[in-house]
Design a protein around this ligand. Structure first.
Ligand SMILES: Nc1nc2c(c(=O)[nH]1)N[C@H]1C(S)=C(S)[C@@H](COP(=O)(O)O)O[C@H]1N2
Ligand SMILES: [Mo]
Length: 213
């Protein structure tokens, strides 16, 4: 099941990257702004009051849990992985949305391929340098717009926006995308993250205003 989704997403990524420069657009649904959201031109910053400063030489991304090939990647190793770019819309649960965010980095499917999750893996738990965490069903991570972004609009992701690397999952409210990400754990059972244990919805679908549990 996951395997098929993974292959389908890989294929879509490949098609998108081929078309890049011609039509690298988010595919807007007819109603592009989810219910209850307001469009913003700026880019608000939401964090826990800490913006950790991680020198590239110290940065690590640990991928573990139910995987065949666990990995702890250095900055150079991470950036040596195949790169993608994708334009998507960004929806924060506090009701602002930002259109056409151009993110570049490593597709989630590439990391999936690298570590080879076991069939029992059904959930993903992300952790961050600021103590943040969030959880997402593996199936939701296997879309052709989910990536660990290291660039925004062609420039390195700014520290306040989660640099050096942050997760982007456009189809879910943005709290599901960990800034300052340093860990990805594959699990058989769901494990609630920072906001999920504090009453935010576990599924976080902007289209059904699935904000709070
Ligand atoms: N590490 C970390 N990731 C995080 C958060 C955070 O506080 N810490 N906030 C989340 C929330 S609620 C949102 S809306 C987005 C905000 O991203 P931005 O600050 O780039 O707008 O990051 C998400 N990821
Ligand atoms: Mo948010």
């Amino acid at each position: 099941m996951s395997k098929e989704r993974y292959i389908a997403a890989k294929q879509k990524w490949a098609e998108k990257q081929r078309a890049l420069g011609v039509a690298a657009h988010a595919v807007p649904s007819r109603e592009r702004l989810p219910p209850g959201q307001k469009l913003t031109d700026g880019f608000p910053v939401l964090d826990l009051g800490v913006q950790p400063k991680i020198p590239p030489s110290e940065w690590r991304m640990k991928i573990d849990g139910l995987v065949e090939n666990g990995a702890t990647l250095t900055w150079d190793q991470f950036n040596a992985l195949p790169q993608v770019e994708d334009v998507s819309d960004f929806h924060c649960v506090t009701t602002w949305s930002k259109y056409d965010c151009r993110w570049g980095g490593v597709a989630f499917t590439t990391l999936y391929e690298l570590v080879q999750p076991k069939p029992e893996a059904k959930f993903v738990y992300f952790t961050s340098y600021d103590g943040y965490s969030t959880n997402v069903a593996l199936e939701k991570c296997l879309d052709d717009d989910v990536l660990v972004a290291t660039s925004f609009d062609g420039l390195p992701v700014a520290r306040e926006h989660g640099g050096p690397a942050r997760v982007i999952i456009p189809k879910l409210y943005a709290w599901k995308g960990a800034k300052f990400v340093n860990g990805i754990t594959f699990l058989a059972e769901d494990k609630l993250g920072f906001w999920e244990v504090r009453g935010y919805s576990n599924t976080a679908d902007p289209w059904t205003e699935d904000r709070y549990a």
